[in-house]
Ligand binder design. Structure first.
Ligand code: EPU
Length: 420
């Protein structure tokens, strides 16, 4: 298991190029199963999660080539079965269910199970499929889904914590080839859902309203091959913005999209970190002293849960009290006890973390628990005095493309330590 060794206290300076979005790429990769024609997807980030999705597509019978960020998939003949060993490793793999149902009228997929950030049920995905006429049986840890013909219908997909991103994606993909019209109410509005809808429409689907809470899909007979470029990763962008602020540096972000990050930019500005647009780039630097901020994570266009941990790593440096409330996932505070190892003072009260900020951090060995928690620990290590070793960096490799190299280019003293 690799780790990062960070010698902190160096302000980040320079330019960073943002990669394609992981969470847009994964469902788009699954959507290639909807046609027997070749699809070409550009700007696919080279991550362990996307590599894993390649394996899943191959296991289903697709031919896949992944070179220099361009992925070519031809799913000429596929099967509808994905086993536990494949699905349990990446929860996002559940989004193959919709395409398999549309293409083969059946899908047998292992239940993904929970993960460290929460229970992560899929009841809303199943509710959506059932509304399209799918019969679902759960047996031996597997979902057995079958349908004679998918029939469009109206459904409400809001859940306990609001809409579901991959649930919306899954049902949208299934409905592209259904008979008639499907209307999803309380659909997720995330930019990744919009990117998927754009991909599907380019394949010949008829989807309108993506990006709003009501998405309408008029079923079509067939979808065809297409070329597409994935949107930039808004969470990677947010991570580098926070890192620039936390280290008191100045970073020019290239290839990110400010319009996908309004809530993050707003909170950064409240905290004393300015994001200035310069043409297509964004320049991030502190403006005066850091200030405490209250944040609640929400579905898009609210503050993203995927940037909560990183923002906490900034707010531990801001003198005063910040309250961070996690409203999407029930146990997404695993980074708190690790940040405490660096000297941060944080208390958890129900769904909120109360950050008593302003004490300087000092380096220590810490353990990454999930993807975004790892990013928070890296940011904290970069701003701490002394050395921080972030262990179990494989979590970070799931979702950040060459993060250590990008940080090195910005002047960070960071090294990947490979364990034999
Ligand atoms: N939920 C249900 N029932 C369902 C589905 C979801 O109750 O059937 C609940 C979840 O438990 C959670 C909330 O709804 O409380 C939102 O979950 P959602 O379904 O939107 O999450 P997801 O689609 O499984 C994607 C991202 C996550 C990101 C969330 C929220 C991918 C591959 N994953 O997950 O990304 O946190 O949306 O924005 O797109 C990450 O990149 O680090 C990551 C965890």
């Amino acid at each position: 298991m690799d780790s990062f060794l960070i010698k902190g206290g160096v302000p980040l300076h320079g330019e960073v190029n943002i990669s394609g979005s992981k969470n847009a790429a994964l469902p788009i990769m699954a959507a290639t199963l909807l046609t027997d024609e070749p699809c070409v997807i550009r700007r696919v980030p080279d991550l362990s999660d996307t590599r894993f999705m390649v394996k899943i597509l191959e296991s289903l019978g697709a031919q896949v080539k992944f070179e220099n960020g361009t992925l070519t998939v031809r799913a000429k003949k596929i099967k509808g079965y994905a086993d536990y060993e494949l699905v349990r490793k990446m929860r996002g793999s559940i989004c193959i269910a919709g395409p398999l149902l549309a293409r083969l009228q059946k899908a047998r997929i292992s239940l993904p199970g929970g993960c460290i950030i929460g229970a992560r049920p899929i009841n809303l995905h199943l509710k959506g499929f059932e509304a399209l006429g799918v019969k679902i049986k759960i047996e031996g840890g597997y979902i057995d889904a079958t349908v004679k013909k998918l029939i469009g219908s109206s459904m409400f997909l809001g859940g306990r914590a609001g809409p579901t991103v991959l649930g919306t994606a899954n049902v949208m993909m299934a409905a592209t080839l259904a008979d008639g019209i499907t209307v999803i109410e309380s659909a997720a509005c995330e930019p990744e859902v919009v990117d998927l809808a754009n991909f599907l429409n380019a394949m010949g689907a008829q989807i309108s309203g993506a990006g709003s809470p009501t998405v309408t899909i008029v079923g079509v007979e067939k979808l065809h091959g297409v070329e597409h470029e994935v949107i930039p990763d808004r969470i990677e962008t947010a991570t580098f913005m926070v890192a620039a602020g936390a280290t008191d540096g100045e970073v020019t972000i290239k290839g990110g999209r400010a319009e996908h990050l309004r809530a993050v930019i707003d909170k950064l500005s409240e905290a004393g970190v300015a994001v200035e647009r310069r043409g297509a780039d964004m320049v991030v630097r502190r403006k005066g002293k850091l200030k405490p901020v209250d944040i609640a994570t929400l579905p898009y266009s609210g503050f993203p849960t995927d940037a909560q941990a990183q923002m906490m790593a900034l707010l531990v440096l801001a003198p005063g009290i910040s309250i961070i409330t996690e409203r999407i996932f029930e146990s997404r505070f695993m980074h708190v006890s690790e940040l405490a190892r660096l000297g941060a003072e944080i208390e958890i009260e129900g769904p909120s973390a109360i950050v008593k900020g302003g004490k300087p951090l000092s380096g220590a060995p810490v353990m990454a628990s999930d993807l975004r928690a790892s990013a928070a620990l890296v940011i904290a290590g970069l701003s701490a005095k002394g050395s921080t070793q972030v262990n179990r960096i494989y979590h970070l490799d799931r979702g950040y493309e060459r993060m250590d190299l990008k940080l090195k280019k910005l002047g960070a003293r960071i090294q990947r330590v490979q364990e034999k």
